[in-house]
Design a protein around this ligand. Structure first.
Ligand code: MG
Length: 249
């Protein structure tokens, strides 16, 4: 069931989203050579709790940390570790959320550690652009396929591929609720978008093939061909005046 949020609910959810956005910015600012993914995760948790929120990824289906931190060819769901150091030239995808007042916020971004390759930089730029194209297509009266189509066209025009096996989602009192928001699709297909829908739109983009695999830790998703991957995500609300990004500090 798709839940349309009232303005009262959106007001609370905006705070959850602001906390998630602040935590993501805090982690992004701390990315540097030599820091461990465990240290980045601790910064995220400390920030979220300092604003009265809860880290909503922690213990979600057994996930052991506040943030998913995925490096280079890792796509999503990387588990932070006290022994995993970030290196100069890495691209670091951070996905995290916060719960506040019973509502969830969810966002992600890929950060460069120092100078990265031109190809890595282009991957990050295209993935961010694809997110904004997808958000721009999330308009009342349009359909869910319009979002995926906008993302897919942007990504494929750049010669990259969108991951198929993982998708965006509705969000509200649950971290993941209906509908699914694929990053690929056909214009005019799928459910109709209505004011009050809150969606986490989150393109995952690979330089090579879109095929992915899950590692033996049961969480980390990597590209099958070893190519680099990037991930950007915002929580968005559809309003009569167009889409509004909620995950802003
Ligand atoms: Mg999400």
């Amino acid at each position: 069931m798709i839940v349309l949020k009232t303005s009262r609910e959106l007001g609370i959810m905006k705070e959850a989203c602001s906390i998630a956005a602040g935590a993501l910015q805090t982690v992004g600012n701390a990315v540097e050579a030599g820091i461990t993914t465990g240290e980045l995760d601790a910064l995220a948790e400390k920030y979220i709790r300092s604003r009265g929120g809860e880290p909503n990824f922690k213990n979600y289906n057994g996930f052991p940390a506040t943030a998913c931190i995925s490096i280079n060819n890792e796509v999503i769901h990387g588990i932070p570790s006290k022994s995993r150091k970030i290196c100069a030239g890495d691209i670091v995808s951070v996905d995290l959320g916060a719960k506040f007042g019973g509502y969830h916020g969810d966002n992600a971004a890929t950060f460069a550690c120092g100078e990265v390759s031109a190809e890595a930089k282009r991957l990050m730029d295209v993935t961010r652009d694809a997110l904004y194209e997808g958000i721009n297509a999330a308009r009342a009266g349009s359909r869910i396929g319009d979002i995926g189509n906008a993302v897919q066209r942007t990504v494929e025009a750049a010669g990259f591929s969108v991951v198929r096996q993982y998708v965006g989602h509705g969000i509200g009192t649950q971290l993941h609720e209906a509908p699914e928001v694929p990053n690929f699709g056909t214009k005019g297909r799928g459910i109709r978008l209505l004011p009050g829908m809150t969606l986490a739109i989150e393109p995952m983009v690979n330089i090579g093939s879109y095929d992915v695999k899950v590692l033996s830790d049961g969480w980390t998703v990597e590209t099958k061909d070893g190519s680099l991957s990037a991930h950007f995500e915002h929580t968005v609300v559809i309003t009569p005046d167009g889409p509004k990004i909620m995950t802003i500090v």
